[in-house]
Design a protein around this ligand. Structure first.
Ligand code: CO
Length: 137
């Protein structure tokens, strides 16, 4: 079941400048960075209760976020729904015809299991579904 808006993710061309902006200019509480090898992505999280802002940037200059930035520059990249049972949600949505970017959930930031719904299944919006890891539950 989807239980919360876990975060809104923004693709940023300058990772450190964007962290500085959200921390200093907007005064949000910085929760640190996490490299997601499976997605070739660097992430930075900020608490904005009851949700979070995630900044995403290419880990080593390549991968899906690099392509996104090349094509469109910075911008809102995805929304993330928190799930209490990601396997059941994927199965239910697949049965309704939703397409996903991968067959199975993969490791996301902070030990979560994540999967992305193809934007063509949701009016052009990329939606991540995330089940928090045991350390976050
Ligand atoms: Co995300």
């Amino acid at each position: 079941m989807i239980t919360a808006l876990d975060h809104i993710a923004i693709a940023v061309p300058d990772f450190n400048a964007a962290i500085e902006r959200f921390m200093t200019d907007f005064g949000l509480s910085f929760d640190g960075t996490d490299d997601v090898l499976a997605a070739q992505t660097k992430t930075a999280f900020f608490s904005l209760p009851p949700t979070h802002i995630e900044l995403v940037h290419p880990l080593k200059g390549s991968g899906p976020i690099a392509k996104y930035l090349e094509k469109r520059g910075g911008g809102i990249h995805h929304l993330c729904f928190r799930s209490d049972n990601i396997d059941a949600d994927v199965e239910r949505l697949r049965a309704k015809g939703y397409e996903f970017l991968s067959d199975e959930p993969s490791p996301g930031a902070h030990g979560a299991r994540v999967i992305f719904i193809h934007p063509k299944s949701c009016d052009g919006v990329l939606i991540e579904i995330s089940q928090p890891g045991d350390d976050q539950a």
